[in-house]
Design a protein around this ligand. Structure first.
Ligand code: ADP
Ligand code: MG
Length: 155
């Protein structure tokens, strides 16, 4: 499934619409270069789950932020992850497989800790304000989400 967006707001709208289908335990892996729109997508999802999107900041000096609300949101950013992924992420798995929605920026760095099932969201630059967003389901739970999403208008 694929979207093309022409503004930050449109990318948030994809996130908001997706958020309606999320539940505790879901894992979303976000992949894409710096500035591709991963954090913007997280803001949209946060907004869809009734959080204040202004509270969403990339966790620059830590690997994860927690936003408390109807469902806890675990926002990982692995950009600054040092080489030994497993060393760094041990303990965080509790949140990755926790009682909330886990959103992982730079999820391609999870290596051997990549979950068995997840929704992959790849963002890529088309030009200054255009982004291509590809959603790929790994596992039945996420196929179900994409099916529901396919006939939804963006909010
Ligand atoms: P990342 O987390 O992938 O590094 P951010 O979401 O922090 O990226 O930043 C994306 C940047 O690109 C923001 O400055 C945003 O305003 C800009 N932008 C321009 N067009 C878009 C678009 N269509 N979707 C998302 N962001 C966009
Ligand atoms: Mg980011």
């Amino acid at each position: 499934m694929q979207y093309t967006t022409d503004s930050e707001e449109q990318t948030r709208a994809v996130g908001r619409t997706l958020a309606e289908h999320l539940k505790a335990g879901d894992i979303l892996c976000l992949i894409g270069d710096l500035g591709a729109g991963k954090t913007t997508m997280v803001k949209g999802i946060a907004q869809g789950l009734r959080y204040n999107p202004d509270k969403v900041l990339s966790p620059t000096f830590v690997l994860m932020n927690i936003y408390e609300g109807r469902l806890p949101l675990y926002h990982f950013d692995l950009y600054r992850l040092e080489t030994d992924v497993e060393m760094n992420l041990i303990g965080l798995e509790e949140f990755l497989y926790g009682d909330g929605v886990a959103l992982v920026e730079w999820a391609d760095r999870l290596g051997s800790l990549t979950p068995k099932e997840y929704l992959e969201i790849s963002l890529s630059h088309q030009d200054d304000s255009r982004r291509r967003i590809r959603l790929k389901a790994v596992g039945p739970r996420y196929k179900e989400i994409l099916k529901k999403l396919s006939d939804k208008k963006l909010k």
